[in-house]
Design a protein around this ligand. Structure first.
Ligand SMILES: [Zn+2]
Length: 362
């Protein structure tokens, strides 16, 4: 039933794209691409539109780039007892990528992360996960990238893994969680890693987690209902009051799920920012937040997308799915029915990711 509704929405998007098939400033290449999609839509029944569009663009340099995709390495699942993605295999992600027109997915390790078995266990698990992701990149040429997994509370080991990820595995960036043992990313303990990531002009993917403080605040509720999205805001506040954004300006941060609660709270964060720490945000609170990147998985419903599109320009938005934790259609369906122009849709789907990962353009 859901599927039928989304097919209907997708038809609406095609009609709206046809009406604006040459958006202001669109390149001739994008214009022709739009015409091709609309032309395909005119010739096939609605039930075949999604599949046809997907098969047209799932490979090569026009398909979507999914910056939020999780592998489930067997060794990691064994240690974490992660319950999501049962029966997952690399081929399952490829199958979904084909269905939804995704050319490349950038892999990252999801919550609960890697801090198991103390520093030694966490380093070992990080390396195993990185080797696993690198093998997927190698086994499916062009279809995957990877954010290096790091045992972040151990900064020395993290520096070692960052080096291995970039120099040996040719990773696309580094994956972090919003918090580690109730330390958020602006904590002074994490400065060594950010110094190195700034030196490397890194892309840092910041994934949500349930912080120790707040996992069981409401009896009967699950942290995944709200705490994940709040933890993005907590870590951003930590980075603002400690000057992480201004001190390490070359790092491009990606925050997930349309920024969680951040877009609706940014005004209050700005208004209540402690005066004694204003030197940590010399360019201002809002400009620092507006230059970061926001991925939209499982947060393309009307309210979160309305907040995000008022908060940042389309140039800062990235496509992602959070597969296999979330079914891809929960993101793709609402996103396609939002009514973005063809130019903006392409920027979110791929163009903005090409700026972050220039290898995708080659
Ligand atoms: Zn995720």
């Amino acid at each position: 039933m859901k599927h039928g509704r989304w097919e209907c929405d997708y038809t609406d998007v095609l009609v709206s794209r046809e009406g604006r098939s040459s958006p202001p400033g669109a390149s001739r290449r994008e214009f022709l691409k739009t015409l091709a999609v609309v032309g395909a839509g005119a010739m096939v029944p609605a039930s075949g539109l999604l599949a046809q569009n997907a098969s047209r663009s799932a490979r090569g340099k026009t398909g979507r780039v999914d910056v939020h995709s999780h592998p489930i390495p067997p060794s990691w699942q064994q240690v974490t007892r992660f319950g999501g993605g049962k029966g997952w295999a690399p081929s399952a992600t490829i199958e979904q990528m084909e269905k939804y027109g995704i050319a490349t997915s950038i892999l990252s390790i999801t919550t609960p992360g890697l801090w198991f078995g103390g520093p030694e266990g966490a380093s070992k698990l990080s390396r195993e996960c990185n080797e696993y992701m690198a093998k997927m990149v190698q086994d499916y040429p062009g279809r995957f990238g990877m954010f290096t997994a790091v045992p972040f509370p151990d900064q020395d080991a993290t520096l070692h893994e960052i080096e291995y990820g970039y120099d040996t595995l040719k990773a696309d960036g580094v994956g972090l969680l919003t918090s580690y043992d109730d330390k958020w990313l602006g904590d002074p303990d994490f400065v060594p890693a950010f110094e190195e990531l700034n030196r490397r002009n890194a892309v840092v993917f910041v994934h949500v987690t349930g912080p120790n403080c707040c996992r069981n605040l409401v009896p009967g509720a699950r942290a995944t209902m709200s705490e994940y999205d709040f933890d993005t805001t907590r870590t951003v506040i930590s980075m603002l009051v400690n000057g992480t954004f201004s001190r390490f300006p070359k790092i491009r941060f990606i925050f997930v799920h349309s920024g969680g609660t951040l877009p609706v709270m940014a005004g209050r964060i700005h208004d209540r920012f402690p005066k004694e720490r204003l030197d940590r945000v010399p360019d201002g609170v809002l400009p620092e937040l507006k230059r970061q990147y926001y991925e939209v998985a499982h947060a393309t419903y009307g309210p979160p997308l309305a907040a995000l599109t008022k908060f940042v320009p389309v140039s800062q938005m990235l496509f992602g799915t959070d597969y296999p934790a979330e079914p891809m259609e929960t993101t793709v369906g609402p996103l396609e029915s939002w009514g973005f122009s063809a130019k903006d849709m392409y920027a979110i789907d791929r163009g903005n990711a090409e700026r972050l990962f220039p290898r995708l353009k080659a």
